[in-house]
Design a protein around this ligand. Structure first.
Ligand code: NAD
Length: 428
């Protein structure tokens, strides 16, 4: 729980309870699905460059594996909590189900700030994490991937440690690896591109064109940059992006009325997705407080940073011209804010549908690892597009048919699928 009382796990459970009630799910299934099946807590002793050992707290949570091995990223974040990891693991279960993947839901986290650690220290954290969890993960058990502030390099160190311990080649133990080292082409772009494939289908359904859409994105990391890139390529105008500033310890957004230039911003952004504020100003971007990302007069908001971005306190700051929200981040909208957005007739594409491109491509990576045969990028992206398009239309059609919002439709599809798998296995 954060200082302001926000608890993502409580929020994930509330979202689940609401739909479980609508679906009239039996009590034992509710009990099973509203909590993780297993979780692991450990302390990682890590040798620091300056000498001495620092102990980092870390977690791995496996929410449900009825549909297949657990799947979900590992975050490095100074404010990571077990409840955040539990919520994210639960959302992964719904995400893999709605994307129709033969996978369950898991998530991991280490309480650390990679921005304050050397590469060697980060490598040691990765290796200690795998030493602690290696018995409980694996291609057929639980397969981690990158998330906030973890990259392909972190995944490679983790895979290497796993292979050292197990004494063999196990590329399928982890996804999001670098290309040429077991990684899939297109994995870096997959989550952000997936957000925009889903947006494209939505615009088509509501008879709108990219050319008439202006947008503001929260975040400028992996998901945000690739969503921004494809949004602009499809003809949209992105007027603002925001990011965390490590020097000032607060967020800013960078605004340009006639549209931001992605290549220009990327060239002044560090590997953690922080834009150099002095250089942004020199290039003519207006700088606003980070919270202003949702106050701009645009048609579309894409939260692509962290959870709790749109909540009860700031939802009324969203101007009336905003019609659409497509979530790139996990858990960016609280249930209270969701209710208010629904009353305003806003179309919200839920996170676990819109950002399922990452896990879908991770699944493709596993398939390629198993085949030891790697697909060209065009083929990966075409498969990803087909899969996201199919998932979107299933949810859209269900929402129309049942006259419910898209989040509820997505939850109904995924909870039903997981519940059926639990029953079919004889668990319930
Ligand atoms: P990242 O670490 O690459 O980028 C995070 C970005 O958020 C950075 O630009 C950072 O500066 C910014 N940020 C942090 N705090 C902020 C704040 N208060 N205001 C504005 N910006 C802020 O992370 P990512 O991989 O792009 O993940 C972003 C979100 O998408 C997370 O919720 C993550 O769980 C989710 N997600 C990621 C993937 C993936 O494949 N990477 C897949 C599915 C979902």
């Amino acid at each position: 729980m954060t200082e302001d009382g926000y608890n993502p796990y409580k929020m994930a459970q509330e979202q689940f309870d609401r739909i479980a009630e609508k679906l009239d799910l039996e009590e034992s299934l509710r009990e099973l699905l509203r909590e993780p099946i297993r979780e692991y807590h450990f302390n990682l002793p890590v040798k620091m460059d300056e000498g001495g050992t620092k102990v980092f707290k870390a977690f791995r949570v496996q929410h449900n594996d009825a549909l297949g091995p657990c799947k979900g990223g590992i975050r490095f974040h100074p404010e990571e909590t077990i409840d955040t990891v539990r919520a994210l693991a639960m959302w992964m279960t719904w995400k893999t189900a709605v994307a129709d993947l033969p996978l369950g839901g898991g998530k991991g986290g280490v309480i650390c700030d990679p921005r304050e650690l050397s590469d060697r220290e980060q490598e040691r954290i990765c290796r200690e994490y795998i030493k602690a969890i290696n018995k409980n993960i694996g291609p057929l058990q639980d397969v981690p991937a990158p998330d906030v502030m973890t990259t392909a390099q972190h995944m490679l160190w983790m895979m290497d440690e796993y292979e050292c311990i197990k004494g063999g080649q196990y590329p399928g133990v982890i996804t999001g690896k670098p290309e040429g080292k077991g990684g899939s082409k297109g994995r870096t772009e997959a989550t952000g591109y997936g957000v925009i494939y889903v947006l494209r289908e939505l615009l088509d359904e509501i008879d709108r064109d990219f050319e008439e859409i202006t947008a503001s994105i929260q975040g400028f990391g992996n998901v945000a940059q690739h969503a921004a890139e494809l949004f602009i390529e499809y003809g949209g105008t992105l007027v603002s992006v925001s990011c965390w500033d490590q020097e000032d310890k607060k967020a800013y957004c960078y605004y340009r009325e006639d549209g931001v230039c992605i290549d220009e911003l990327r060239s002044i952004t560090d590997r953690y997705g922080s834009i150099d504020k002095k250089k942004a100003k020199e290039r003519g971007y207006e700088q606003f407080p980070g919270d202003d990302w949702l106050k701009h007069e645009v048609d579309l908001l894409i939260p692509a940073a962290l959870e709790n971005a749109i909540n009860e306190d700031n939802v009324d700051d969203i101007p009336s011209c905003v019609e659409l929200i497509v979530s790139g981040a996990n858990g960016p909208i609280t249930p209270e804010a969701d209710e208010i957005l629904e009353d305003r007739d806003m179309i919200v594409v839920p996170d676990f549908l819109a950002n399922s491109g990452g896990v879908t491509c991770s699944y493709f990576e596993q398939v390629q690892n198993n085949q030891n045969y790697y697909w060209p990028k065009d083929e990966v992206l075409e498969k990803l597009d087909n899969s996201m398009t199919k998932a979107f239309h299933e949810v859209w059609d269900m929402a129309q048919e049942k006259d419910v919002r898209m989040r509820d439709a997505a939850y109904m599809i995924s909870i039903n699928k997981v519940a059926e798998a639990c029953k079919a296995r004889g668990w319930i």
